[in-house]
Design a protein around this ligand. Structure first.
Ligand SMILES: NC(=O)C1=CN([C@@H]2O[C@H](COP(=O)(O)OP(=O)(O)OC[C@H]3O[C@@H](n4cnc5c(N)ncnc54)[C@H](O)[C@@H]3O)[C@@H](O)[C@H]2O)C=CC1
Ligand SMILES: O=C(O)CCC(=O)C(=O)O
Length: 424
């Protein structure tokens, strides 16, 4: 196996490097052959576009957009589109690969892709965002498609942006093609349960992990970083299951309450406050860094990559980390966390509830039929629990962390499919 040289170490955290390091370790444990390693290590397609947009003041501004297809071995590529000023090609490449592994872990028939536009959505008007989203979709006519590549929401995007994408794609094809994106508004063929699906999957993973750790959820405390789609829904559902949420945060700061934050109140405040928590009075202000190392049972990072690094990993006090975000822990922090005995439910397992319900949305669109919320939740909870057990048993069998086990489960499935499809 020629690929077994150690990966070069760079100074700065890099999500693609983190993804590759775990992929490399899992491939070694599986004894993956060189050819399959070579096929799976690099994305199938990488597209970079320049999008000139007329701003509200009449000036033109050019935005850089990306779509990376990591793999289409298991089926059409699937993955969100992120609007954020930090978006870059390495980040999108890592996020696309994580989608391949995530879909394989939960056993849904998709490959992995991801997209993004380098922009600050909170500084743009609705009109500017609509023009940008439509221009991005136009530039991806040849990439997107219900049988090719299916976008969904990620950081900075939601049902509104998915509606614009669906409409723009449909216009170009002269018919309504609602299965081309998921995470749409309900009236456009969105699925009941999709908005809260990722947070729900985080909740299900947390409860299964607490059971394994023999911690009673009714006595457990929790801190959640990020209070957007994933963080706020996870907070609400975990609070409903009895956990006391002592701390929450977003990009404006972190809020702490020893008695527990009232999550309904925080959600209502955020909705009336331009989608952020600035000025929230339901807790005292602390820093995001303090929140991450606070004395709680469960820590849910649900914002960005590389927030748990070698700088703070040894200070983490939580017994359990459930990764709502993609890539919140850098690979250099993995060993420190593992040696401290902190249990990690990794991103590609913990946050897979979103893509699972996206799959249900796509299935419903293709059937022309709508499922009840009860059916969506029941099926996604089952898929999440089964995936958890698959990863847990692999971790036990090989004596590896849940993270490496999840990559092993995923890589085995993709590699086996690749062989059957006759890739060599
Ligand atoms: N939306 C979805 O269905 C899924 C999202 N994810 C991942 O979950 C994470 C969050 O995504 P969403 O909730 O959809 O995004 P969002 O845009 O709805 O919310 C992001 C949240 O993170 C906060 N944030 C940003 N920078 C921060 C910082 N430096 N410190 C603390 N908080 C910060 C924002 O203020 C906001 O509250 C991302 O890593 C995303 O890739 C993963 C699976 C599915
Ligand atoms: O719902 C989807 O298709 C993808 C969601 C996503 O981008 C993710 O899981 O990171």
């Amino acid at each position: 196996m020629a690929y077994l040289e150690p990966a070069p170490i760079k100074d700065k955290e890099n999500p693609f490097e983190s993804m590759m390091s775990r992929f490399h370790t899992a491939a070694q444990k599986l004894g993956l052959d060189d050819e399959t390693y070579e096929v799976l290590k690099s994305p199938t397609k990488q597209v970079i576009v320049n999008l000139p947009i007329t701003m509200d003041d009449g000036t033109k501004k050019v935005f850089e957009g990306y779509r990376v297809i990591h793999s289409d071995i298991l089926g059409p590529s699937k993955g969100g589109v992120r609007f954020d000023p930090d978006v870059n090609l390495d980040e999108v490449k890592a996020l696309a690969a994580w989608m391949t592994w995530k879909c394989a872990v939960v056993d849904i028939p998709y490959g992995g892709g991801k997209g993004g536009i380098k922009c600050s959505p909170w500084e743009m008007s609705v009109g500017e965002l609509e023009r940008l989203t439509r221009a991005y979709t136009q530039s991806m006519y040849e990439i997107f498609g219900p049988d090719r590549d299916i976008p969904a929401p990620d950081m900075g995007t939601g049902p509104r942006e998915m509606a614009w994408m669906m409409d723009e794609y449909s216009k170009a094809h002269g018919r309504t093609v609602n299965a081309v994106v998921t995470g749409k508004p309900l009236v456009l063929g969105g699925s009941l349960g999709r908005v809260e699906a990722t947070g729900r999957g985080v909740m299900v993973s947390t409860l299964v992990a607490l059971e394994k750790l023999r911690i009673n959820p009714a006595h457990a405390t929790c801190a959640i970083q990020g209070f957007g789609n994933v963080g706020s829904n996870a907070a609400l559902l975990l609070e409903e299951r009895g956990l006391k949420i002592l701390g929450i945060s977003d990009h404006t700061g972190a809020y702490w309450n020893d008695q527990g934050i009232d999550i309904q109140e925080a959600i209502a405040y955020r909705a009336q406050n331009g989608n952020n928590l600035e000025g929230f009075k339901g807790g005292e202000m602390v820093t995001n860094e303090e929140l991450l190392i606070a004395g709680v049972d469960v820590l849910v990072p649900a914002a960005k990559e590389d927030v748990i690094t070698i700088q703070n990993a040894d200070k983490i006090q939580a017994k359990l980390i459930v990764e709502g975000a993609n890539g919140p822990t850098s690979f250099r922090a993995d060993n420190i966390i593992h040696e401290k005995g902190v249990w990690v439910v990794p991103d590609i397992l913990a946050n897979a509830g979103g893509v699972t319900v996206s799959y249900f949305e796509w299935v419903q669109n293709r059937l022309g039929y709508k499922w009840t919320r009860e059916r969506v939740n029941r099926r996604s909870d089952r898929i999440m629990k089964e995936a958890f057990e698959r990863v847990y048993h692999t971790a036990q069998e090989y004596g590896v962390s849940m993270r490496i086990a999840s990559y092993m489960v995923a890589i085995s499935k993709v590699a086996e499919t690749y062989k059957y499809r006759g890739g060599f």
